[in-house]
Design a protein around this ligand. Structure first.
Ligand SMILES: [Zn+2]
Length: 309
């Protein structure tokens, strides 16, 4: 009898530990500047190994409070970020900025709400999160595994912010601006004014093809010029390694203008997506990580959009 109990206990122990190992984010942070930290995402597609942690999460530790930029893909992710922050500082986490509603940036929000953190997000993106969140969560579970989304909930977010917004963290002054109808309907860009660090959200992708399901290419392209012309030392993109060389912003700008031009021309000539795919991607853009995959998905979407314009 005792033997059976021990065997069952061992099996339970084994399963629990296997589970914990398989569905654990392996998050690592770097300190970019005084009090400014980044946890870099896996710069590729969503998959069952990275658990959706493909975008960058940042946090700024000020003397009066901590501000986090992006909630990550799930409650498990957010809880790990919060425990990392707690291992560095006991100053209260006061603000969470969610740059836009896409699941890899927003789905960890409930973990912050439970701590009483003030959530900052544009009203159009709150609207989209609340409207499409449940459906997107189902899709994410199907795509990369239900277990990653333990305790992940779609919640109501208070919609009361007006931009531009200034926040005083004590020794860090923060500015937050909304860029309407760019990569999303209401992208937020965060600036640490003293340290000259910009957090661009998905207005900038680095070393991979940008995704455009909700984009307005013309506005987005103008916003990249604005970011290019602003004064900063470091830019943390939504995806990919941090940027110190301003020319790297043009990777995003060139790609979105290129795919948009090809889609417009195809619609004018009455070509089908298959006919455009046959021509392939120009060599200059083939080197972008995920180029083919993003091209195959986004080109027909853009063509459809331009057909109705
Ligand atoms: Zn996005």
């Amino acid at each position: 009898m005792n033997y059976i109990i021990i065997v069952i206990a061992l099996i339970v122990f084994f399963i629990e530990n296997t589970f914990a190992e398989n569905f654990k984010y392996n998050l690592k942070y770097v300190e970019l500047a005084d009090g400014i930290f980044v946890i870099e995402g896996d710069n590729t597609r969503l998959n069952s190994i990275n658990g959706g942690a493909i975008s960058n999460t940042s946090f700024i530790i000020g003397s009066k409070g901590i501000l986090v930029i992006d909630a990550g893909p799930s409650a498990l992710y957010a809880e790990q970020v919060i425990s990392i922050i707690r291992s560095i500082s006991s100053i209260p986490i006061k603000y969470l900025v969610i740059t836009h509603h896409h699941p890899d940036h927003s789905f960890g929000v409930s973990s912050y709400q439970e701590l009483g953190v003030e959530i900052i997000m544009s009203s159009s993106e709150i609207h989209r999160y609340e409207k499409y969140g449940k459906r997107l969560l189902r899709q994410m579970k199907n795509l990369i595994g239900e277990e990653w989304f333990l305790n992940t909930k779609i919640v109501d977010i208070e919609n009361n912010k007006v931009f531009p917004l200034k926040i005083n963290l004590g020794n860090h002054q923060i500015g937050i601006r909304e860029y309407k109808n760019g990569h999303s309907e209401g992208d937020l860009v965060v600036v640490d004014i003293d340290e000259e660090v910009v957090f661009s959200g998905d207005l900038i992708f680095n070393k991979r093809a940008p995704t455009i399901p909700h984009a307005n290419i013309d506005n987005w392209s103008k916003y990249i010029d604005i970011l290019h012309n602003n004064k900063w030392k470091i830019l943390v993109p939504g995806h990919g390694p941090i940027i110190r060389d301003k020319e790297e912003l043009y990777m995003t700008k060139n790609w979105i203008n290129y795919i948009s031009k090809i889609a417009k021309e195809a619609v004018e000539k009455g070509l089908s997506p298959a006919e455009v795919f046959d021509k392939g991607i120009s060599d200059q853009y083939k080197s972008y990580h995920l180029a083919q995959e993003v091209w195959n998905r986004d080109l027909p979407l853009l063509m459809k959009k331009y057909e109705y314009q």
